[in-house]
Structure formats: structure tokens, C-alpha cells
Write a protein that binds this ligand. Sequence first.
Ligand SMILES: [Zn+2]
Ligand SMILES: [Zn+2]
Length: 912
Amino acid sequence: MPHDLPKAYEPGAIEKRWAEYWISEKLFSVQTPLPSSSEKDTRPVFTLLLPPPNVTGRLHMGHMLNQTQMDIIVRWHRMRGFITLWLPGTDHAGIATQMMVERQLASEGKKRRDLGREKFIERVWEWKRQYGSAITDQMRRLGASVDWDREYFTMDEHLNRAVREVFVRLYEEGLIYRGKYIVNWCPRCGTAISDLEVKHEEVAGKLYEIRYPVAGTNEFITVATTRPETMLGDTAVAVNEKDERYTHLHGKKVLLPLMNREIPIITDDLAQPEFGTGAVKITPAHDPNDFQAGLRHQLPQIDVMDEHAHMNQNAGPYAGLDRFAARKKVLEDLREQGFLVGEKDYIVPLGKCDRCGVVVEPRLSTQWFIKIQPLAARAKAAVENGEITIVPENYKTIYLNWMNNIYDWCISRQLWWGHRIPAWHCSCGEIVVAREAPTKCTKCYGGKLTQDTDVLDTWFSSGLLPFTTLGWPEKTRDQEVFYPTTLLITAYEILFFWVARMIMFGCHFMDGHQQDAKIKAASGWAEKKDDSVPFRQVYIHSLVRDAERQKMSKTKGNVVDPLDVIERFGTDATRFTLAAMAAPGTDIAFNESRTEGYRAFANKIWNAARFMFMNVDRIAGAASVAPITSLQPATLEDRWILSRFNRVAREVNDALATYRFHEAANQIYDFFWGEFCDWYLELIKPRMAEGVSEETARSACWNLVVLFEAALRLLHPVMPFITEEVWQAIYDGMPPQKSIALAPYPQACEKQIDLAAETEMSVLQDLIVSVRNLRAELKVEPKERVPIEVFSHDPETWKLIQNNRDAILRLANVGHISEVSESRARLAPSRSTARFDVHVVYEKKIDVAGERERLTKELEKMEKEIANGQRQLSNEGFLAKAPAHVVEGLRKRGAELQLLREKAVNKLAELK
Ligand SMILES: [Zn+2]
Ligand SMILES: [Zn+2]
């Protein structure tokens, strides 16, 4: 039997089947279009780069939201005829992956250094082959409509080649240099370690207060520290500019005790007036915050320790002492000379080496940097002049602020896993930067070269992806077509790390690039002049929080696992939840009960489809689907639903164009459930009942199928699976496209928008709902059909009611409708609207108190609305600006409200 949908809607099996089908049929794989000779066959292009998840990652709610929004936008473009490329990949995630493998080694009792670099890297690749596709497997199961044929990994050979090319070019342009940077240093292991390799503890210690004499005065400034030995390397004392205690000392100097060096008093926000004395010592070579302050004020960096954390020659008389011995001696001397003025018990935060447990020392070391100003200036301009738009707009300001306060970027990392820096050190001291390993030193021609041991920051390679994934440094057709990418959807937290870097690199390395002019014009970007930017638009999505609006975190134990939610309610319902709650700029308070509700929505569609198929099989034998634009409305409900469909299609398209996912989702939901299932299906039933003419039944059936099919396409981007399942069933093995994902997206046909039909239907709905409510209040037994009396204010309304008598009888469960010649508003139980009064003729006593309460509330609401309307209509400014139809609408509504108020007042009097 055709159209045989199982009785129960089981998302799990359906979703798995279609997700596999989409991949095996390569539905989302994109052929690069060749240059086109004619204007007509150039299609618009839509390109989106997937923010590559870490290869070590597992899908979390943030991904789920991000990917849902991307998939909605991508499917919507594809259905609108765009050549749509969604490019997937994973990031090698330097430190995260390295630690994963180190943990694996630890379980075998081995360490990274036991294996050596080469063997270790081999192990990482092995790990990647074994576990690295976990997150993309999850994406496959979720049906993300990416082009899997173009999947990349940031350590792929061609991407590595591009990374080396970029490094060498920047170096040759003088934009890469070596300089000092502060890192976590383990004096025992003799190496820099990353933040993630530092174990943080809190131990009982002391806070020492030391006073520094102000040069040329009798005054002192007191500072506090837990590491007094670092004072030997102080190069300034900072106070807050707003701190009035120190205003008179601005520009003066202090004499550093023990060292007898003069150092300046500077103003910096690092000094907080409410903390301690409000003055802090600045030791750029031994503290990360001080290091940054030092850069801000161009202070000297005095390193007072060696690699074993022994004091060096810069520490004067303390040279040679271990750091802890030096601490003791420094304190003794300070006490003796009267500079130590306080000593308090204090909880000291301490970082220890994850491997050996020795206290980590912040230490200056030589690192690789990118000179950022020249790159940042261009990247700032691209956003300022609108070549790239950022949505929501407040992020534009944040971005520009960052770009105005940007520092050089330290790009080297002391790791093994990552893109190794293409620089070779010669024993003569020369550094050779080259695309391939050099055999000879360019200075001394010696052959003793060793490659720099550092790797590049992961963001260095991911910052290049918009063009390296399209074949750069070769000039490719892919770039002409797909670069600039159209859109980037990403999280706020990587706006700077990733988005800003992509803009800097894109503008720099794609400078002069021209997108295929015809494709560019067809895609709607003709007015944009700069084709070097990596994307035209950035959409920053919100955060998913728990139901109580708390940030999800492992320690709080409130993390919602999307796979668990999907398991229970289906991917479609989970996607719908995230879309329906995603108002731009507000975080989502994820509540499972909402997902349960959208599971019910899917169920509603499922049952409606089964109802449709039952009738199709009985009446027509096979579904016949015509374009919705050719649908011939036979009745008021046809005209109405068609009009509503087109109106909703217009609103949904508008909403998606501006990333108002919640509006799109809610519009479709209200239409599909509230109008199509709850009203249209009910209204159309008699036309398909036993005994009606075959012609009537067939035409009703076909209209139903056409509308259902179109509504499925409208919903598809948000709920891809159930729509595919039902859509395929409609076509019963012979769909016009391989998938609903390739079918056209509904566009509003203005001709089919029928205001009269919408108004008429709303009168009927009002009447039916009024009677239903009255019946509910009176607690009328469902079986009992009650008579109603209707007074209509104009003959047209009565005609409408008469013409739709059967529908009213059936849907309001009414026995008889009689027209009366005067208002029944005074009679209880009744309801009034501007078009009619309806009175349910029912013997049972009504609840007078309840009715009075209801009416009083209604009256209050009306009074408020009347007052509001009057205020607006008497506001000259408003009248001058508001469109005529708005003003007219307000006047009309005002008149209606006056009428309704009169009726309510009369009825209240009656009820006394
Ligand atoms: Zn160590
Ligand atoms: Zn050399």
C-alpha cells in the first residue's frame, strides 16, 4: 500500500536512515561551476566555513546551536537555488590533542620524552586515525548538510604547505620577528610549559609589605608581594590615576631598596585603589600581568634568574642563590634596613608543573611574534567601512575596540604537536627561514642546521582556513567562485582568537583577489568593492544556558548533553527548540519541556500526514502534486489557508535573511499546527467525507496535498528529517528531486494573499472559539449540542455565518444557529466582538461571580487600550510620522473598542 507511514512517529530510525541517504547520495557535494559565458546561467553562490571543532572534541550544546543555525541557513540557501558550499573540517588542537596522547602514554607508564619527538608525533597521528572522527561522526548522524568530499584537517599536507608559505612571506615582509615573552617555566624540566600543563593550588603563605622611599622626599610608597625576591627586578611602581592619595607623586621616582636603582612611579589600571595600599610593584620579567604593563609603558625587563631559578648577575649580591634562599636573604636585609613594614598570613595561589610538581616560575623567553599593527589596520577598516558586517551590531563595537588596543601576537608554542616553525638555527647564530628544509646556512654556508623546536599557535593555521581550504597558495577556480565566503556563524568567545585573525590574514594574503564578477553580482554582493575579506557577514550566536539561566559547567553538574536530548526527543525537536529560542543577542535558557513540546509538534505533523494519506488512498489512489502557485482555491478555507501560507512564507524568508531564527521557527509552528492542522484539516474534512461527489473529494484532496507538500518545504530547514520522510512518502518513490533538501523553498506569491478571506476566516474562528469557551465555562457535556443565538452588526457578517453554517455547527458543537434582531450581549452566557454577539442558549445557571470577574478584567484591558490609542492619536509627532494605514487602523480599532466597552458595561449592569 502506498503512503504507508507507521502509526507511531519514531524519530530515531527515520533520522538515521535519511542522514545516511544524504551522505551516500552525495547530495551536499558541490561541483565548482565553470566560468559562464551567459549572464543567465550564473547561479548565486553561498559559502560557509564550519568553525572546525577540535579533533578531540565531543558535541556539546554550543556546537548543537551553532550547527543548527548553520544548517538552517545553508539548507535555506540551497533550496533557493544557490550553489551552496558548507565546508567541514577539524582542528588539530595542539595542546588538547597532545595532552590526550600524553595521558594515553602515562597509562602505559611512558612519557612524551621517552618516545622522542618523531615517535610521539607518530603516536598522535595514530590516535587521530583511531578517535579523531568522533565529532564528525556525530555531525553525520545529525544530518549536517556539509560537503564531506571537501572535509579537511588543519594538519593536512596541503594546509601545512600553505602555513609555511604564509610564515615565510610574513617573515620576508618583516612582519614576523623574535622577541621576549613571558611563559610558564619549569626550572626542573628546563622547559616552557603551557597554561594547561600548570596545576593550580592554594597554599598558606605570607604577604609582605615593603616600603620604597620616594626620591627627593621623605615619603614612602608601600607595596605588597608574596614573592619578595622578584623585587630585585622591579622596573616601576604603579598607582591608579584616579587614586588621589598618590596624585602628588605622579612623575616622581622611587629608590629601589637593596638595589639602589631609581625606578619611575607610573599610572596604570593594574593598581586598584581598593586593593591594599593601592600601589603595586612592576616586575616585567617575572610576572605575566607586569609583563603586559611593561609593554604598555615601555619599561625595561630585568631578568634576575637563570633557567634553574637561581639568581643571576642582575640580582647583584644575591647572584648564585636559589630563588627560595634568595627570598629568605632579601627579607632579612629588608627587615634589617627598615623597609619591611608588614608580614601577614596569606593564601598564596601557586602554579606547579603538571609533570614534576615543582613550582612554576614565570620567565622571559624568546618567542616568535607577528607585528600586528599593519594587519590590524586593514582588518579594522574592513569592518568600519562595511565590507564585513557583524550581526548583532554591538559586536562590531567590541571588535573595533579590540583592534584599537591590539598587541603583537606571540605565535610560537613549546609543544610537539602542531605546525612546526619553518626556521632553522645554525651554529653560527644565523636563523634561516625557508619553505623547505635548507641544506646550508645562508650566512656561513655551514650545514649544521637544526629546526626550531616550537610549533605555531593553533589559531595561526585556523586563521588561514577561508583561503587555504580553497587551494591557496595556488590560484584556483574555487577561490574565484567561493571566496570571499558568504557568512561565518560563530561564538562570541572566539571573535578575537579566530574571527579577527581570519580577517587580518584574509585581507593581507588575498589582497587584490577578485571574485568571479557574474557570480558575485548574482549572489547579491555587487556593491561590495573589497573581495579580499574572508567573509561578507559574521553572525555571532548566543550561549546555551541551563533552564535556570546558569552557565553550563562540569563543576556545577548542569551540563545538558545534546545527544541525550536527541536520543529522547529526536534531532528535529532538538533543532527546533534551539531555533525557536534563538532571539539574536539573548542567551538561550535550554528547557527540556520545550523540546518535549516540539516532539509533540512533529507528532502532530506525522498524524496529519497519516490522515492525509488515508484520504488520498481512498479517494484519489495516488497523490498528485502541482505547484502551489497553480492551486485553485474552491472555498473560503482554501483561499484563507493559501493566503496565510504565502504570508507566512514571506515572513519566514524575511526572518531568515536577518538571522531571526526564533521568528522563522515560531511562524512556521503557528502556521503548521495552529492554522493548517487545527483549522484547515478540520474545515476540509466534510469535502472528503463519504458520499460527496468524487470531483469535490478529489479536488479537496489535491489541495490538501499541495498545501501539505509546500508546508513541508517551508519547515524543512528547521526539521529536516520528518519533512524528508513525509515528503518522500507523498511522492511515493517518484520525487521530482532526490531529496526535499533540493526542492525549491517557498516564496510568497503576492497574488495569492487574500485579505478578505483572512478577515472572514477570523470572524468565523472568533465565533467558534467564543462558543467553545462558553461551553467550557458552562461545563457542557461534550455530547450535548447547544443552540446559539447570533446578532450580527452588519448583513455581511450574517451572510458569512450562514454560508459557513455547517462548519460552525460541527466545529463549535452547536445544534442550531438562529439570527436575532437585537443584541444578546446583555444575556448571559454570551460573548461579544465588534462583528457579532453570540449567546449560548443553555438552561443551567451560570456562575455570575465568575462572569462578572471575567468581564471586569476585560473591561480594564479595553480601557487601557482605548487610553493608549487616544494618546497616540493626540500626539502630533506620532501623527506626522506614522504611515496612513497605521493611523487609520488605530481609529478603526478605537471605534470598535468603544462599542465593545458599551456592551461590557451593559452586561455588567445586567449581572448585578
Ligand atoms: Zn617540571
Ligand atoms: Zn651559519
